[in-house]
Design a protein around this ligand. Structure first.
Ligand code: DGJ
Length: 731
């Protein structure tokens, strides 16, 4: 619901459980009055606006009114150079080099539904009744530039989306140095900032810091959203936990360089800005041109972090992802990467496929090494034709044989990259991203294709077209294994991402039956932008169950289980050399898009039987896991135990995962997991072992059995224990 109070020029946006009020201030700019728990609508919110009578201390103020200084006020989309000294939401440079601007209110329109963003991924509606949109027009007459701020409220969700568009209607050439997707001023700084940081093989580890006066931010300058920081942050009150308290989540639907900046000023007020990273960014906005920022999403909760996460989960599942696969159960895949690396041929692969089929796998994925002369990571990126020494019948022959065996076939590509040792490089050395006259840095022995060029985009599209036309390909793993270094100009990283989005839009709409999984050395580009095109992501190259507890727990803060590729892999683990049981490896991988990265030919009979059981169990519970409501119970960032539960919509079924990292001596009987999200009045059968009501399970909990290790004859370690509890309603 969006209201406009004509007299005071106030806007009141009401989501399901939150309110957002802002107004047109006396200088014509937009001021912000309230953001928080839903309040009733009133015809007058002017009492929310505090303005001192006179200026205090050394401040800059308006000539006609000493009390009017932007420094004092919460603002909506703040500018630079007219009495506010905090970080602005945008910065425009005119031909004289001035970066002062003054955008004043011109009008608004409110309409049902939500319009598409040109060339950029964004959330959408299926019916106009789902959402309402407010578009505000502001104008700077000196710059001859218009600014459109757009807000969409989803009626049945606690979600607000925002974006900004600049339109140069004059003749002079302007330069945008900063154009954030959102700015939100909050009246105090009694918050903790949660962000998701890491690196390759340890992505999205939860970090919490108390806000302090000054700037705190996370960003990426790598040309990708990155494994190091994620374009998603949460501000929560200190007493907010998973189940109670206020929190605000901010997510950017974008896959390139980003900034999430939180500034606490000298009045203890907090300003959050989020958008394309202004570092090394500039965009020519010539007369007649416009610039569209990516979409930012804000979600508010007063009932804890689990509900905040669920707001994002359901939004992404239902109104960000698109295409056939959005609502389809995802297949259990087996990928040959860790099983063979580059060392395979058709026969070896087909033997793996036959065995995998018997065990119950549904999709066979051929990873890196099938093309050009690629026998290691030094060559052939760009030469997307099959290596006939390894695959004498080509991709077509292999794929058809795999289909005949009754399995689906998936293929790995890294379309954005090029090796110097390749046919493509010989033909098009100028297609590489780089700075003339400068030596280029390498990353995994490769270079980046300049996706800002339309001919390069079209080449990539045509290469994929060729492979799709000749062979039955049901799945694509779209990899990307290096970041940008030598960049020619400040608009390039964004133009690259726009180019990437154009390719993805074309390919994914042309081949709607293909399931796309994005990957960037694992989780190096796990963001809402990529999810718009590819509905699942290879969460991390790290398949060690213990590291995965943290990676998947952190990722779940912003992204649903359905999006997280989670595979069982070898012992010793290839990333950590850790030895964990088959049980815990399967149990952790259950909480995601389940698969294996193992050679099934090395399994003995006993292992075969076990694997069949694990797969059958996942198939029985796949719908619940992939489309249920997920709750975090215990955090791997806080202690020795982690537990999670996923509950289906009518609360008739649930799956609990309980994980204990190190064995504990003499633990007593207190190792309980207190469940969440159940119906207190429903009676459940737990693991076919006992019956209990939801209220018992959510208060008394379930006891985790401790192994009797004093008398254990088992030579296996008792570290890394896990147990799955399946709950079924008894009717
Ligand atoms: C990085 C990916 O994350 C891996 O899963 C694998 O596909 C390799 N690239 C192949 O080079």
């Amino acid at each position: 619901m969006i209201n406009f109070n004509e007299k005071n020029r106030e806007f009141h946006l009401q989501g399901k459980n939150f309110s957002y009020v802002f107004n047109v201030m006396q200088n014509g700019q937009l001021g912000q009055l309230y953001f928080g728990k839903k309040i009733r609508h009133r015809e007058d919110f002017s009492h929310f606006f505090y303005k001192p009578e006179v200026g205090i201390g050394i401040i800059a103020h308006y000539e006609e009114d000493p009390g009017f200084s932007l420094e004092y006020f919460k603002q909506e989309y703040p500018s630079y150079g007219t009495t506010d000294f905090r970080k602005p939401a945008f910065e425009i440079e005119d031909e004289n080099g001035s970066r002062v601007s003054n955008f004043v209110y011109k009008g608004y329109r409110i309409y049902k539904g939500k319009e598409k963003l040109q060339g950029l991924p964004a959330t959408y509606v299926l019916s106009e009744e789902e959402a309402e949109t407010l578009e505000i027009t502001l104008e700077d007459e000196v710059l001859e530039c218009r600014l459109y701020l757009t807000y969409t409220i989803f009626n049945e969700r606690d979600i607000l989306t925002r974006n900004a568009r600049f339109e140069n209607y004059g003749k002079q050439n302007l330069k945008l140095n900063r154009a954030m997707s959102l700015s939100l001023d909050l009246p105090n700084y009694n918050y903790e900032m949660l962000h998701f940081s890491g690196a390759w093989a340890r992505e999205r580890h939860l970090k919490t810091r108390k806000l302090e006066v000054g700037s705190q931010y996370i960003d990426s300058t790598r040309g990708a959203s990155s494994a190091h920081q994620n374009p998603f942050i949460i501000l929560k009150r200190p007493n907010t936990d998973e189940d109670m308290g206020e929190a605000i989540g901010f997510s950017l639907v974008y896959s390139g360089n980003f900034l999430a900046h939180v500034e606490v000023d000298h009045f203890d007020a907090t300003r959050v800005t989020m958008g394309i990273n202004p570092f090394d960014f500039s965009w020519n906005l010539n007369g007649g041109e416009s610039f569209q920022t990516p979409e930012a999403i804000i979600s508010f909760t007063s009932t804890g972090l689990n509900s905040l996460s669920q707001n994002f989960h359901s939004l992404y599942r239902e109104r960000l992802m698109r295409g056939e696969w959005k609502e389809k159960e995802r297949p259990i895949l087996i990928n040959n990467w860790e099983a063979t690396y580059f060392d395979f041929n058709e026969e070896k692969l087909l033997n793996m496929v036959r065995k995998a089929k018997k065990l119950g796998f549904e999709l066979f994925v051929l990873d890196d090494g099938w093309f050009g002369k690629r026998n290691d990571d030094k060559s052939s990126l760009g030469d997307w034709f099959p290596n006939l020494e390894k695959l004498p019948n080509g991709i077509k022959g292999l794929a058809e044989k795999i289909e005949t065996e009754g399995m689906k076939f998936g293929l790995w590509f890294e379309p954005e990259m090029i090796s110097k040792e390749s046919e493509l490089y010989k033909k098009h050395p100028d297609w590489i991203l780089g700075v003339k006259g400068r030596k280029l840095s390498l990353g995994r022995n490769q270079y980046i294709l300049d996706l800002s060029r339309e001919d390069v985009q079209n080449y990539i599209i045509s290469v994929l077209d060729e492979r799709f036309a000749e062979a039955p390909i049901s799945y694509v793993k779209w990899d990307m294994n290096r970041n940008m270094t030598e960049i020619t100009y400040g608009d390039l990283p964004h133009k690259y991402i726009l180019g990437l989005y154009r390719i993805l839009e074309k390919i994914t709409t042309k081949y709607p039956h293909v399931l796309f999984e994005s990957c960037a050395s694992g989780g190096g580009r796990f963001d809402a932008g990529m999810l718009y095109y590819m509905p699942q992501v290879w969460t991390s190259d790290d398949t060690d169950a213990i590291v995965r507890l943290k990676v998947q727990h952190g990722t779940s803060m912003g992204y649903p289980l359905l999006t997280m590729g989670a595979h069982v892999s070898d012992i010793l683990n290839h990333q950590t050399a850790r030895k964990t049981s088959l049980d815990i490896r399967n149990h952790v991988a259950y909480f995601g898009n389940f698969g294996y990265e193992l050679n099934p030919l090395i399994f003995d009979e006993e292992m075969d039987k076990k694997v069949i059981k694990y797969l059958d169990f996942y198939k029985e519970n796949r719908k619940l896991i992939q489309f249920g409501d997920f709750y975090r119970i215990e955090s791997p960032f806080e202690g020795n135990t982690t537990s999670w539960i996923v509950v289906n919509k009518d609360k008739s079924e649930a799956l609990v995962g309980y994980f204990q990292i190190l064995a504990e001596p003499n633990p007593g009987y207190n190792k309980k997991v207190i469940l969440k999200g159940l119906d207190p009045d429903k009676k459940y059968l737990v693991n076919d072992e006992f019956e209990a009501y939801g209220d018992e399970l959510m208060n008394m909990g379930i006891v985790f059995p401790q192994p009797d290790r004093y008398f254990s004859k088992d030579s296996e370690t008792q570290d890394f224990q896990s147990k799955i509890f399946k709950l079924k309603e008894i009717k």
